[in-house]
Design a protein around this ligand. Structure first.
Ligand code: ADP
Length: 255
């Protein structure tokens, strides 16, 4: 039997007194495309940031390909993370943020080559060759020498996707990647996600408010509310016949 590529087991996370996640468990299978939906503040982004090790957990376990993301100290207490181990684990996961986060002082191609050169010691020529292939895939090779400020939001987001792919992650996390874009630019970014879905076997987790896209893209949809998974299922079931009242209310409002 195939093992889950991501195994989240009873994780909790608080910011100060505010508990965002309370004993959350979920599993993701290799190549699975997952949509995380639910009201703002329900903890969806926090889960992606925890997987990306941008936030630490207070309790629980996370395994990526069977390897623990965090080491628990023998005497209990807070979760401790070993930086070298984290760096290795981070290379398995790429993330694209709502607000692009390109390095503003670097050209498009330098944005894409930086991480492979810095973290994997890839030579410049090889990194640039690979970057051009990725920029081609997202339809941005003609802008390789441009600076981020010269690009539209949709173009920046496509470069951000190419940059995340440069480390050849097995898992890609997309955090509301279209919600900061003008409506006419949303489609060009969704088209790139489609392409990744069709042409690669990456595992993909997508936090989104684009319900139509979530329906078509996802193998499975998870509905979050107040740090818990209230309901999950196949897109057709979730969108046409949600069982929980909270899911029904949310979908009635948003669709
Ligand atoms: P979602 O992605 O579902 O909108 P988030 O995971 O972004 O939800 O946020 C969940 C809750 O945690 C929100 O109430 C948010 O304000 C809070 N939160 C997120 N990050 C921080 C932080 N760094 N410090 C304090 N509160 C935070």
């Amino acid at each position: 039997m195939t093992e889950p590529i991501i195994k989240i087991d009873a994780i909790s996370k608080s910011f100060g007194n505010f508990q965002v996640l309370d004993g959350l468990s979920m599993q993701v299978m290799p190549r699975e495309k997952l949509a995380l939906i639910g009201p703002s503040g329900s903890g969806k982004t926090t889960i992606l940031r925890i997987l990306m090790t941008l936030e630490r957990i207070d309790a629980g376990h996370i395994a990526i390909e069977g390897e623990q993301l965090y080491h628990m100290p023998k005497n209990g207490g807070l979760v401790a993370a070993d930086e070298r181990h984290l760096t290795k684990m981070r290379q398995k996961i790429g993330m694209v943020f709502q607000l692009f986060n390109l390095f503003p002082h670097m050209s498009v191609i330098d944005n894409v080559t930086l991480a492979p050169m810095l973290t994997k010691g890839v030579a410049r020529a090889a990194a640039e060759k690979r970057a051009m292939e990725l920029l081609d895939m997202v339809g941005m090779s003609e802008k390789a020498k441009a600076m981020p400020a010269q690009l539209s939001g949709g173009q920046k987001q496509r470069v951000a996707i190419a940059r995340a792919l440069a480390l050849q992650p097995k898992i890609m996390l997309f955090d509301e990647v279209t919600s900061a874009l003008d409506p006419e630019l949303v489609e060009e970014v969704l088209n790139v996600l489609w392409k990744l879905c069709a042409e690669t076997d990456m595992t993909m987790l997508l936090v989104t408010h684009e319900m139509g896209f979530a329906h078509d893209f996802a193998d499975r949809v998870l509905f979050f509310d107040r740090g818990k998974i209230v309901e999950e299922g196949k897109p057709d079931e979730m969108f046409s016949n949600p069982k929980q009242e909270r899911t029904q209310t949310f979908l009635r409002k948003i669709i």
